[in-house]
Design a protein around this ligand. Structure first.
Ligand code: SF4
Ligand code: SF4
Length: 433
């Protein structure tokens, strides 16, 4: 694609990167076929190619974003299916991240939108407050139909996303050091995840048990904050970078060989710290090193190898590969391999490349599209009649789980159970019912 930035504009390192990315796009349009918003809405401006044009025009003009451009950028899930499909290697993720930052700097959103986005960024990055907000949302759930009648879809979506049953409390996963059983093979840090640690603390507990049993000492840092993923995807760059720096400092102090992540959305961001902080001389090198030592739990379990076992119960598992897992981190075979090695029958889900509509705060900010994608995903899951759904991202668990009776849980919970841990709560409850 031809670009027309002035030499002065290209002095800005963000524009220089955007220029390189834009120039790789050859307009072929292959990406449109796998873009969930284009598949649903059929509008070129809601396809990757259309958005690339809008972003190019917005950045070239160097002016404030227009409401039309913002509408189509906001509708992008950042699912990155387009990056998987693109034959020219267009790094859409870095382009849309810069576009969102430009929108955040130059565009004044309507008051309600501003307040909603600020509220989400504030609440979801503060676990104690988030826990309180979830409790209140549970109490207010009977009001959801009233909100629908009033046409208030965002608040309704917020209420409905709160799990109907509060999670069982877990002590494992709180800040501290969890020693390896037997000889210590490695010391790693585990990211708790600000949303995941509240919505489903059993996930990190399962990951710690499984790693400890296999000779891994696990550190959960005291001063952990949100990794920055949430505000990064809202274009709130200063906040995201400040959080990334704090995480990097904490992990360096913990003196670990790996950073292990159980929420693939967070993993995609931490693996990108090197790029995000490349312009900060004090942190560029450190960020690069942290990104290089970061692993999704499934990658790490393949790396250390798990012993052969007798599976606890034959189960047909539909594996839902989160977008951040398959497109963001390109992790496609590892979770499935681990589940099969543990004795589960694993089945793929048709249209597995399409997002479930979770995408961070997308299901609250764009509830109509998110609900259509969720329902399409559930219909595809139903078509393979699984006993259980496994995935590697808390956002997908919440999004899909709110509208299906099929138990859904994190891959590592099944693996921990198969390797001598507890039977996951959703399975215990479903076998009772
Ligand atoms: S990130 Fe996803 S929604 Fe956004 S343009 Fe790419 S494929 Fe479409
Ligand atoms: S597939 Fe890649 S090169 Fe083709 S239009 Fe999409 S982003 Fe551009």
């Amino acid at each position: 694609m031809q670009t027309n930035f002035t030499p002065e504009q290209l002095q800005d390192p963000h524009i220089a990167v955007a220029n390189q990315i834009l120039r790789k796009c050859v307009h072929c349009g292959f990406c449109t076929a796998t873009c969930p918003t284009y598949v649903l809405l059929g509008d070129e401006l809601d396809s990757p190619r259309g958005r690339i044009y809008l972003i190019k025009n917005m950045l070239e003009r160097g002016e404030a974003a227009t409401s039309e451009t913002v509408k189509h950028i906001d509708r992008c899930l950042s699912c990155l299916a387009c990056m998987t499909t693109c034959p020219s290697g267009v790094h859409y993720m870095h382009l849309i991240d810069d576009a969102r930052a430009h929108v955040e700097k130059t565009y004044r959103r309507p008051l309600f939108e501003r307040l909603l986005r600020d509220l989400l960024a504030f609440l979801m990055t503060r676990p104690a407050l988030f826990r309180t907000a979830l409790g209140l949302s549970r109490l207010a759930q009977p009001l959801a139909p009233v909100l629908e009648k009033l046409g208030e879809k965002h608040l309704k979506a917020m209420l409905e996303l709160a799990p109907k049953v509060p999670p069982e409390p877990e002590t494992m996963g709180r800040p501290g050091v969890y020693p390896a059983q037997g000889k210590t093979r490695m010391r790693v840090a585990l990211l708790r995840g600000c949303v995941q640690s509240i919505l489903d603390p059993a996930i990190n507990a399962a990951a710690i048990r499984l790693m400890n049993r296999n000779g891994i000492e696990v550190v959960v840092s005291e001063g952990e904050t949100c990794c920055g993923s949430l505000t990064h995807h809202m274009g709130k760059e200063a906040d995201a970078l400040a959080r990334a720096r704090r995480m990097i400092d904490g992990w360096r102090e913990a003196n670990v060989e790996r950073v292990i992540i159980t929420a693939s959305g967070c993993g995609t961001t931490v693996k990108d710290y090197g790029h995000m902080l490349r312009l900060d001389p004090a942190y560029a090198g450190k960020a690069e090193r942290i990104s290089a030592m970061t692993r999704d739990i499934s990658e790490f379990l393949i790396e250390i190898g798990l012993p052969k076992i007798v599976p606890p119960r034959a189960l047909r598992v539909a594996y839902h590969s989160a977008c951040s897992m398959q497109h963001g981190q390109k992790i496609r075979t590892e979770p499935r391999r681990l589940l099969e090695q543990a004795g589960f029958e694993v089945t793929d889900i048709p249209e597995g490349h399409l997002c479930c509509g979770s995408a961070g705060t997308y299901n609250i900010l764009q509830p109509e599209i998110a609900t259509r994608l969720r329902d399409r995903k559930i219909a595809n899951i139903n078509s393979v009649t699984p006993a259980v759904i496994a995935t590697g991202n808390i956002g997908c668990i919440t999004q899909i789980g709110q509208a299906t009776e099929i138990p859904i849980l994190h891959t590592v919970e099944l693996l921990d159970w198969a390797h001598g841990g507890y039977e996951p709560r959703v399975l215990r409850e479903s076998s009772k019912g």
